[in-house]
Design a protein around this ligand. Structure first.
Ligand code: Z2T
Length: 883
């Protein structure tokens, strides 16, 4: 009974003084015990990796203590919980993040020194957990950190892929993919829950049965696999709260099907069962489309089914009636990947809990919210009806029923406008019938969020136009953010200390808005000196890494110009390369006198291409071919270097970002619409000015001045707002911004909001700028600038070798094919690059811009994003475990 539980809890809190201690002696003892008893090595003979393992296990013990307390506390308080469903998490390394969030990094460093080890060296032993592709997956990881730090009662659910994102190996400049054997050396950050398992069923048939006079659909599945839970504790910073990321692994069900064992073929029966594990074996490495793959759908359902069973089991532990379900549970769909959860919850509530359709539907509509991360309508997930019918026959029925009800309601509302109805329908008719997963998610969710202000505009005007018109109140946005714990405190400790010193507090680690306090010191020469020293040391670390990886020696006086992210045509790494070729060509044709004025550059590119994405792979090869030429040209020397950083991942990012002077976010924005908007605004402004001049000028001179400045600031922020970009948000730019790196960018996704925070004068923007609008209109996009044609031809004519191989790459931007507008943006791109050069020579100006970048990055903390979700979408409150 309750009394029992209470007494037990009190007794347990009585054991508090038995918690592990964090003084150096206790830490040393714990580490050495793990060397002996966990890693099972002699205390007198173990290597760095084994020392790391022991260290990790001692940290794990401390995580587990807090984790138990938090889970017990949540259970006692029974607050509304948020369940975050995502098929991808890019957690990277856990050691440093954990000891920093637990507040015991320095103690560990001391303890290790006394044992004769160096903390940094051991931390380098850890491999990345890379259970995701890119931005979306790292966002989930950042948001988990924020949910823990802000004390929200949150659970993350995901898949425990046996192989995460492939390792990128470069051979002769070509990308090769190798499996990521991340679990081969053990994973101290997870706890296997052998008793937390659920059956997941697939295939089979549905038939109608008469149960007590009620017609009931009965699914007789054809295959059962088991989902096993692996828990990853996620500690918050400055709190005892430690939440759970629960990842599911597939294993054969232990419910034996007697039939298959009776055929006498025992060996084959066992071997076939083992196939169940393939469901969670490998992460799909395409970051945008996985259309119609059976294994992918299996992964999605496996994940969703196990997670919901877990959620419902936890709910039923303390509740008798499903009426309270929506008050206690929020389910967040991270993109459409987990959107089968909607149909699955319907199925459970109807078929297993016997709530009936109306009650079930009422619950489903109240618990789900959906965040979309994409801009391109063609990137929206679709599942062929045939595939759904064979794998999940009962779910297909339910989806049809949901759609039928939806369309009937719609007809009442909008009449028989069949075009509109068919655009909104969850089922896409055509040669191949498809389920539109986004439509399913939207219809079943109470809120649909975009990931930046400009993304939300796009949703309204393009991607989900019809739905926005139907349910305008459903659509919102929460601008993405990243966690300053990982992207400043862990990855850039010296800059973090400097920030704390000048702000006089470490409170910014939990409250990023405080960074604005740096603004008042932006011109302080003492700060400048310390700031540059820190940045220079970070550049040195990066330079050492570059030399180790590529053999290229780079000068620390050069501007480190970084472009790291997944390789994609719309992200325009090709534009960057063409700019580099142009720069190379210019330097090559200079006389000695002019060369002395060149600002030296180290261009750094990194990122993975999806294995089947030919053009992206050619871009990687081109980078290597150009680098080969430039880096070995004695005419160029230190004036220009180009390096490709292989296998870009979270831990490489932690090294690269703090060492960057300039970073590129040059994704394509279509500027036809941009120009229209700019022109429209200019017109409006002129009209307003006339109005002011006629009516107010003589009487309200002061007011006039104020209004001018307001208008100018409006222009400044609005004018950059491209209405049709390709990047939903972009989060890399935020990490660079925090670290005091200047941005060279086009204005779409989150850059639009970065401009609002730090001002366009502190960045290098290109694309449609208001003063260029007339010029841009004159030169139609088909008119290719001469220099552009020239550098593309250098590639096409084999100047860098591999002429045939690069032909199709050149095709992509020549002869009117230039979909991502490389040609029309080339001149303004070069201008922005030249502006960066000019600013770099003026060290004082550059440093001020750098400080102001960090100072203006407060809004881009994922703490802010999560607070917005908690308050407006999830309706949850913090639940802080006492310490
Ligand atoms: C992804 O990383 C993103 C969008 C996707 O659309 C898929 C993947 Cl794997 C389905 C990215 C966006 O491209 C990026 O703009 C955004 O910042 C990020 O998600 C997080 O929202």
């Amino acid at each position: 009974g309750l009394g029992d539980g209470k007494a037990r809890v009190e007794r347990m809190f009585g054991f508090m003084d038995r918690f592990l201690k964090n003084d150096p002696i206790s830490l040393q003892k714990d580490i050495m015990d793990h060397v002996e008893y966990t890693v099972a090595r002699s205390r007198f003979s173990f290597d760095d990796f084994e020392a790391y393992q022991a260290l990790a296990h001692s940290v794990r013990d401390r995580l587990i203590e807090r984790w138990h307390d938090t889970q017990l506390f949540f259970k006692r308080k029974d607050p509304k919980r948020i369940y975050f469903l995502s098929l991808e998490y890019l957690m990277g390394r856990s050691l440093s993040n954990s000891v920093i969030n637990l507040g015991i990094r320095d103690q560990y460093a001391d303890a290790l020194t006394q044992l004769g080890f160096e903390y940094e060296v051991l931390a380098e032993q850890e491999g990345d957990a890379a259970l995701g592709n890119g931005g979306l997956a790292r966002l989930s990881a950042c948001q988990m950190d924020s949910m823990a730090t802000l004390d929200y009662p949150a659970w993350g659910y995901g898949l425990r892929y046996q192989y995460g994102l492939f390792r990128q190996v470069i051979l002769d400049g070509y990308q090769h993919e190798q499996p990521d054997f991340w679990l081969n050396f053990g994973n101290p950050w997870e706890i296997e829950r052998i008793h937390v398992t659920y059956p997941v069923k697939f295939y089979g048939t549905v038939h109608e049965e008469d149960v007590n006079g009620v017609k009931t659909q009965v699914w007789v599945p054809g295959e059962t696999v088991e989902a096993v839970a692996y828990d990853n504790p996620i500690p918050g910073y400055g709190t005892r709260n430690t939440i759970t990321l629960r990842l599911w692994a597939a294993k054969p069900s232990d419910q034996i099907d007697m039939e298959s064992y009776n055929t006498g073929d025992y060996i084959n029966a066992v071997v076939n069962r083992q196939g169940a594990e393939s469901i969670s074996s490998v992460l799909y490495p395409d970051d945008r489309s996985h259309q119609g793959k059976e294994l992918r759908l299996k992964q999605q359902y496996f994940f969703v089914c196990a997670s919901l069973q877990d959620v419902i089991r936890r709910f039923k532990d303390t509740h008798d009636s499903f009426d309270e379900f929506p008050e206690k549970i929020a389910l967040q769909l991270n993109d459409t990947h987990p959107s089968l959860a909607t149909a699955e919850l319907m199925r459970v509530l109807i078929d297993e809990e016997n709530l009936g359709w109306d009650k079930a539907w009422n619950i489903v509509c109240k618990v789900f919210s959906f965040t979309t991360h994409t801009v391109a309508p063609e990137a929206l997930e679709k599942v062929p009806v045939d595939l759904m019918a064979s794998l999940l026959p009962r779910h297909l029925q339910i989806i049809y029923d949901i759609n039928h009800n939806f369309i009937e309601e719609l007809k009442k509302k909008v009449g028989l406008d069949y075009n509109r109805l068919s655009r909104l329908s969850i089922v896409e008719e055509g040669a191949v019938k498809n389920i539109r997963m986004a439509n399913l998610a939207i219809v079943c969710s109470h809120t649909v969020d975009g990931v930046s202000k400009s993304h939300s505009e796009l949703l309204k005007t393009r991607v989900f136009k019809d739905f926005c018109e139907l349910w305008p109140q459903k659509f919102h946005y929460k601008t993405n953010g990243v966690t300053q714990r990982r992207w400043l405190v862990v990855s850039n400790p010296s800059l973090s200390s400097l920030i704390s010193k000048w702000l006089g507090t470490e409170a910014w680690i939990r409250d990023m808005d405080l960074l604005a306090g740096l603004q008042e010191h932006a011109a302080n020469t003492d700060l400048h000196e310390e700031w540059n020293k820190v940045r220079q040391v970070n550049k040195m670390r990066l330079a050492e890494y570059i030399e180790a990886m590529s053999g290229v020696k780079v000068s620390l006086n050069a501007m480190f110009d970084v472009h790291v992210k997944r390789i994609h045509e719309y992200k325009r790494q090709f534009l960057n390369l063409l700019g580099i070729i142009y720069r190379y060509d210019c330097i090559k044709n200079m006389d000695k006198k002019d060369k002395s004025k060149v600002v030296p550059r180290v261009c750094i590119i990194g990122g993975k291409a999806a294995p089947g994405y030919e053009i992206a792979k050619k871009i990687i090869k081109l980078c290597h071919a150009v680098a080969e030429k430039i880096n070995n040209d004695p005419d160029i020397g230190d004036l220009l270097k180009l390096v490709f950083i292989p296998d870009y991942n979270v831990s490489v990012a932690e090294l690269v970002i703090p060492g960057a002077d300039l970073s590129q976010h040059i994704r394509s924005t279509s500027y036809c619409l941009c120009m229209l908007k700019a022109f429209h605004l200019m017109l409006l402004t002129c009209l307003n000015f006339r109005h002011i001049i006629l009516c107010e000028f003589y009487f309200f001179f002061n007011l006039f001045i104020i209004r001018i400045s307001i208008y100018l600031s409006v222009i400044n922020t609005e004018i950059w707002c491209s209405t049709a970009g390709h990047e939903a948000s972009g989060t890399g730019c935020m990490k660079f911004l925090m670290n005091g790196c200047l941005l060279l960018a086009t204005a779409d996704g989150s850059t639009v909001e970065i401009i609002e925070e730090i001002g366009s004068e502190n960045m290098f923007l290109f694309g449609a700028r208001v003063h260029e609008v007339p010029a841009l209109r004159e030169s139609s996009p088909l008119k290719v600038p001469l220099q552009f044609a020239r550098v593309v031809r250098m590639v096409g004519d084999g100047y860098f070798g591999f002429q045939d191989y690069f032909a199709s790459l050149c095709d992509k931007v020549e002869g009117g094919n230039d979909f991502y507008l490389l040609a029309s943006d080339f001149e303004s791109y070069l201008e922005a690059q030249a502006a960066a050069d000019r600013a770099f020579v003026d060290q004082e100006k550059w440093t001020r811009m750098s400080i102001l970048s960090t100072a203006g990055s407060g809004r881009f903390s994922s703490d802010r994003t999560i607070e917005e979700y908690a308050e407006t979408t999830w309706g949850i409150e913090p639940c802080r475990c006492p310490s």
